[in-house]
Design a protein around this ligand. Structure first.
Ligand code: KIV
Length: 275
């Protein structure tokens, strides 16, 4: 059963129980209208820190703040009634110490109503994940390409190829054993994603990974084709909203300049006396 077939929003345990069953469906969400659009179709919506690049035009996710995550988390929660909401912990909000991570995770959950948080990192984050889970914070882990480590990874490269595979398997095992209820696998080879999916207890959520993952996630603006100049290999475009939107704006501009808009049907007349 998909988690969205339930009457109430799924909990992290329900998502975990979907391991090996019907694939888990998820997308990122940053606003109320977008959350409304996906609510009936997704098992969970992720308020990803990709919001910084997608909506705020930042060059990476490194400049995303707790305040931004709270603001977008609140907006998304207003659009969801069936899908679960997970909120990303931004760069700098969880790495320093377990206590710091707990304070910020609790703040995100309290302020947004999120059922869980997501954080990036493998073996080095296992203690933090175990600390949060033991204190009531469900954690979605994220290994492989972890965009917050862009500067140490040397860019947005495919991870885990060749000799690097064993380290990535060790990362996935560590976050699984630490109690993560699901693990995002980003931009790794398909055979490696399949191996990790077979070896860990938590469901894997792939992005640029494999159809064999227990679920999939995409950045919603990417799959809707909002950007005309950004086409990552792992994204399938289900619409061309960027092109359609630009054509609509061009048509509006022409209408305004030609005084075709507003037309009579858009105008208000005086009410007839006595009407
Ligand atoms: O922030 C984000 O959008 C993400 C997904 C790509 C998994 O972390």
């Amino acid at each position: 059963m998909s988690a969205t077939a339930q009457k109430t929003a799924p909990m992290p345990g329900d998502i975990r129980a979907m391991k090996g069953g019907t694939p888990i469906v998820s997308l990122t969400a940053y606003t109320t209208p977008m959350a409304r659009m996906m609510d009936a179709h997704c098992d969970f919506a992720l308020v990803g820190d990709s919001v910084g690049m997608v909506l705020h035009g930042l060059p990476s996710t490194l400049g995303v703040t707790m305040e931004m995550m709270v603001m977008h988390g609140r907006a998304v929660s207003r659009g969801l009634s069936r899908a679960m909401m997970v909120v990303d912990m931004p760069f700098g909000s969880y790495e320093e110490s377990t206590a710091h991570a707990f304070r910020n995770a609790a703040h995100l959950m309290a302020e947004t109503g999120a059922a869980a948080v997501k954080l990036e990192g493998g073996r080095h984050m296992a203690d933090t994940i175990a600390f949060l889970v033991a204190r009531g914070v469900p954690v979605m882990a994220h290994v492989g390409l972890t965009p917050q480590s862009l500067n140490t990874l040397g860019g947005y490269k495919v991870q885990g190829r060749g000799d690097a595979a064993e380290a990535l398997v060790a990362d996935a095992r560590a976050v699984d054993e630490a109690g993560a209820f699901a693990v995002v696998l980003e931009k790794i080879t398909a055979p490696l994603a399949d191996r990790i999916t077979a070896e860990i207890a938590a469901p894997t959520i792939g992005i640029g990974a494999s159809p064999g993952c227990d679920g999939q996630i995409l950045v919603v603006d990417d799959m809707l084709g909002m950007f005309t100049d950004f086409r990552p290999k792992f994204v399938k475009r289900y619409a061309q909203l960027g092109q359609t939107g630009e054509a609509a704006i061009a048509a509006y501009a022409e209408d305004v300049r030609a005084r075709r808009f507003p037309a009579s049907e858009h105008l208000f007349a005086e009410k007839a006396p006595g009407a």
